[in-house]
Design a protein around this ligand. Structure first.
Ligand code: ADP
Length: 328
């Protein structure tokens, strides 16, 4: 039986990701279209505890679809991990009769949502919003496409200078546990090698790859290093290579937080809109404790439990093999 949902709140939590605003906009407008009162929670779970909950209407999200970051702000909130913190958060929702909650975030956010939903019976729907693309149940997470586009734009610029000076550049990109950003940006920028957390590459292997490039008279080389790779980071691997091959003119660039920012790509705006629209429709149909995600070209749901337990590395080994061939 369809529940009679009258009030829905939306929050963004954990790391921000481009496309979150498109998603918030879709959540708010889909709710209002269906006669639901909509609320925005500021600063993720911290805002639930601090009662930082504001009413939103269709105009609250005007002119936001192109904006990076999240208009609702985000935060990491340790207090929400405690029973007491959750109790306070629940009371604040109860005070407004909020019976549905859309959470946009990564696996930490979903872990919190799952505990909260189970304990208090709040209807929750998750939207995978993280640049890392590391959640089961969605081929792509919100923000990933923009992040890799930002990364390749930076690498293209570095390639210009690398090429002019015959240099070997090590470029560190985000991804402590997931090499998705490194792998796809490596392909799109024509990198000579990619180092990922999921797949150990030995120093010998890497050097053999670089030397084969040198023997074919490449004038520059770019190695993309995922921050979670086994060598420790781009500075560490550059040092090790330099120790063995002093003739390389090695340089290091850490791209850092610029990877999170920027106006979302059309892909992320559309994905955010589709996921936000679906999240509210699923809640209105009576679905709860699920995540909406993109599979193929359809929006499908996966239980949060499954998304978390099957949280896995999406390492596409075929793509990794391909980069080796294409970088000769
Ligand atoms: P992400 O959602 O991007 O993975 P985090 O791992 O920082 O980001 O998680 C975001 C927030 O989710 C945390 O700050 C915390 O408030 C909440 N959270 C994470 N793990 C739990 C947990 N085990 N129980 C309750 N809340 C949690």
């Amino acid at each position: 039986m369809k529940p009679n949902i009258k009030n829905i709140a939306v929050l963004t939590s954990g790391g921000d990701a481009p496309g979150m605003n498109a998603c918030i906009r879709a959540v708010v407008r889909t709710g209002i279209y269906n006669g639901v009162n909509m609320f925005g929670v500021l600063q993720g779970y911290q805002g639930l505890i601090n009662d930082n909950i504001i009413p939103m209407d269709a105009r609250s999200v005007s002119n936001t679809i192109h904006m990076g970051g999240t208009i609702l702000k985000t935060a990491r909130c340790l207090e929400f991990k405690t029973e007491e913190g959750m109790e306070i958060a629940f009371k604040n929702l109860q005070a407004r009769d909020i019976d549905g909650l859309v959470v946009i975030g990564g696996d930490g956010t979903f872990t919190g949502a799952q505990r909260f939903g189970k304990k208090f019976g709040v209807r929750v729907m998750g939207v995978p919003g993280t640049i890392d693309n590391d959640l089961y149940g969605s081929d792509f997470t919100l923000g990933y496409d923009t992040a890799i586009n930002t990364v390749i734009e930076a690498i293209d610029k570095i390639r210009d200078t690398a090429d002019s000076h015959d240099r070997l550049f090590f470029i560190e990109v985000m991804g402590r546990d997931s090499g998705c950003i490194a792998l796809r940006s490596g392909i799109a920028s024509g990198a000579e090698a990619v180092l990922l957390p999921e797949k150990e590459t030995s120093l010998d292997e890497l050097i053999a790859q670089l030397e084969s490039g040198a023997s074919t008279k490449k004038s520059s080389s770019i190695v993309i290093v995922s921050e979670g790779n086994k060598f420790g980071g781009a500075y560490d691997i550059a040092k090790k290579v330099k120790e063995r091959f002093n003739h390389y003119d090695t340089k290091v660039t850490i791209l850092g937080h610029l990877q999170r920012g920027g106006s979302p790509s059309s892909f992320d705006r559309i994905l955010g809109s589709r996921l936000g629209f679906a999240a509210v429709n699923e809640l209105l149909k009576g679905n709860t404790m699920h995540m909406v995600g993109l599979r193929g070209n359809s929006i499908e749901t996966t239980s949060i439990e499954e998304a978390l337990t099957r949280h896995f590395f999406k390492l596409e080994s075929d793509l990794l093999e391909m980069t080796k061939v294409l970088s000769i």
